[in-house]
Design a binder for this molecule. Structure first.
Ligand code: PLP
Length: 414
């Protein structure tokens, strides 16, 4: 597939849902991709084919279906590893999503490594799933949770990280590679190198980055990295935790049950090898197999082409949106520093009213706190509207968004 605008438009045919009409027979303009993306036929068909032709449990029986299912499941693991430039696919742990991946680390690594007085550092622009597990851990251990604040541009104030690290008490620094509200791309390498120089572990929430840009985990050199398949054309209920093998090997298991054991006796158990030690019970086999097709799809387009396409849409959207009367745009004004996410408000008009009005035009955006209430407090708002773009979105769709926002401004006499 070539990276021309028309090739991006052609790929819309692969997504049946994009032909939907909604409300009063309006063409669907789907701009809620930071919440979840739509799925191409290739993914939908792979899941259906699995249930029609191969359905079986994996890693257990020796019959033909079990062998086929196990092979397809493990091939996905290899594909994920290659996609992220991870040499050893045993470092790829399948989980339900970003939320489960972070909780796994907070429980399995956190409970063994964090003690009273220690510090976990997170940021003000985290999703709740990268705050609440650390609140639970630090409260249980009488440890401390600290935040890197954001400045008026929506960027992290990194000098605060230096102050925290200088205490010698920090055990883990955890942050989103890209904010799901402001779209800010974090200075990942700088943070990792600061932490490395003092032996502090780093967890990166890649829920909003892996779908939108080339990620090379060997190059990034963090300790943990997590993301969700459903935000990158894949099915819901599948995510990945990547961690360095040496760390995973030392970590206690998270969930106990089938597949994660080597031997179980009445009062003791030994653990299976990686990655199975962290994959207790029957996994989400069909959806993991479907996820492989999502990765193939993205690879065919090329992650750098995807990033450029979204950057072009974002620049266009920011330019046009700032002309709409009464609008406040959040986050950095430099599009290169952000992903395809634009959060905004209209004076004191409630975001739900904005969302409802433009929904009548078929435009689907998100209105709410985006599971980022700490950030909402910082911005001094209860909620925002958020338009977020993906590979199948077009400038024409942004024009529809803009005209629906102009309509909102007119309704509220802004
Ligand atoms: C930055 C970020 N982290 C974590 C999550 C949680 O992902 P999931 O609900 O797939 O576990 C999201 C989802 O919106 C997100 O945007």
């Amino acid at each position: 597939m070539q990276a021309t605008t028309s090739s991006f438009e052609n790929l819309r045919n692969d997504f049946p849902i994009l032909n939907r009409r909604v409300r009063d027979n309006k063409k669907l303009v789907y701009l809620d991709n930071a919440a979840t993306t739509q799925k191409p036929n290739q993914v939908i068909d792979a899941i259906s084919d699995y249930y029609k032709n191969h359905n079986s449990n994996i890693h257990r029986a020796v019959h033909a279906l079990a062998e086929e299912s196990t092979e397809a499941f493990e091939e996905t693991r290899d594909k994920v590893a290659k996609f992220l430039n991870v040499e050893d696919s045993r470092e790829i742990i399948f989980v339900r999503g970003t939320t489960e991946g972070i909780n796994l680390v907070a429980y399995a690594w956190g409970r063994d490594n964090v003690k009273e007085g220690d510090i976990i550092v997170t940021t003000e622009y985290e999703h709740h799933s990268n705050i609440v597990p650390w609140q639970l851990l630090t409260q249980e251990k009488k440890a401390q949770l600290k935040y890197i604040d954001i400045d008026d541009n929506g960027e992290l104030m990194l000098e605060q990280l230096d102050d925290y690290l200088s205490t010698g008490k920090v055990k883990l620094v955890t942050f989103s590679h890209m904010s799901n509200v402001l779209g800010t791309i974090s200075p990942v390498k700088e943070i990792v190198s600061k932490c490395r120089s003092v032996g502090v572990k780093v967890l990166i929430d890649g829920a909003q980055s892996v779908p939108h840009m080339k990620i090379d985990l060997t190059d990034l050199n963090s300790d943990f990295y997590v993301f969700s398949a459903h935000k990158m054309l894949g099915p819901t209920g599948v995510g990945v935790l990547w961690a360095k093998k040496e760390i995973l090997e030392k970590m206690s298991p998270f969930l106990g049950g089938g597949d994660m054991i080597r031997e179980v006796h009445k009062y003791e158990t030994t653990w299976n090898d990686l990655p199975y030690k962290f994959e207790a019970g029957t996994p989400n086999i069909a959806d993991v197999i479907g996820f492989a097709k999502a990765i193939e799809y993205l690879e065919k387009i090329g992650m750098d082409n995807i990033r450029n396409h979204e950057l072009e849409l974002t620049k266009y959207a920011l330019d046009e949106m700032k002309k709409v009367p009464g609008i406040t745009l959040y986050g950095t004004k430099e599009p290169e520093k952000r992903g395809g996410v634009v959060s905004f408000n209209f004076n004191d008009v409630h975001p739900h009213d904005v969302g409802t009005i433009i929904d009548k035009e078929g435009v689907a955006i998100r209105s709410g706190h985006h599971c980022a209430q700490v950030l909402m407090e910082k911005l001094n708002v209860a909620a925002t509207n958020r338009a977020s773009f993906y590979i199948y979105n077009t400038k024409e769709e942004i024009d529809v968004l803009i005209s629906s926002l102009r309509h909102v401004a007119k309704v509220f006499k802004l």
